[in-house]
Ligand binder design. Structure first.
Ligand SMILES: [Zn+2]
Ligand SMILES: [Zn+2]
Length: 131
């Protein structure tokens, strides 16, 4: 299979790596558009999906929020700030054995897992303390 390596694709890939912040597709588009106004939103979205499908970046599904894109491709966990909605990496070992702990998956073939912790990020903790 020949990998498509267009200019737009590298732009999108580089922006995800530059933002390093679990940005939403909209944030990535805004960042690219500020430097390259000719790149359309559809192009950015399409390339994000392609890069995620090919494992170049990770797409993180956030329940009740916009999907996030992560430059960090190894298995790792996240914490979501309930106040500002930002997503943070959590420093902890990936629990590869977690799936073995399942007693009965009701026939479901499990291929992996995500853990999303909830809480307040340092900046938001600081803000609430000083309000
Ligand atoms: Zn926050
Ligand atoms: Zn991450």
């Amino acid at each position: 299979m020949k990998r498509r390596n267009t200019v737009q694709r590298s732009l999108v890939y580089e922006m995800v790596n530059r933002l390093k912040s679990h940005a939403t597709a909209d944030e990535i588009y805004e960042a690219i558009a500020s430097e390259h106004p000719s790149v359309s939103r559809g192009t950015v979205y399409r390339n994000l999906n392609q890069l995620a499908e090919e494992g170049e970046i990770r797409k993180i599904l956030v329940p009740g929020g916009a999907d996030r894109y992560d430059h960090c491709c190894h298995e790792h966990y996240h914490a979501r700030c309930l106040s500002c909605g930002r997503l943070f990496d959590i420093e902890m070992d990936y629990i590869a054995d977690l799936e073995k702990a399942i007693k009965d998956a009701h026939g479901f073939a499990i291929s992996g897992h995500d853990i999303l912790f909830n809480g307040l990020c340092p900046a938001c903790q600081h803000r609430t303390e000083h309000e």
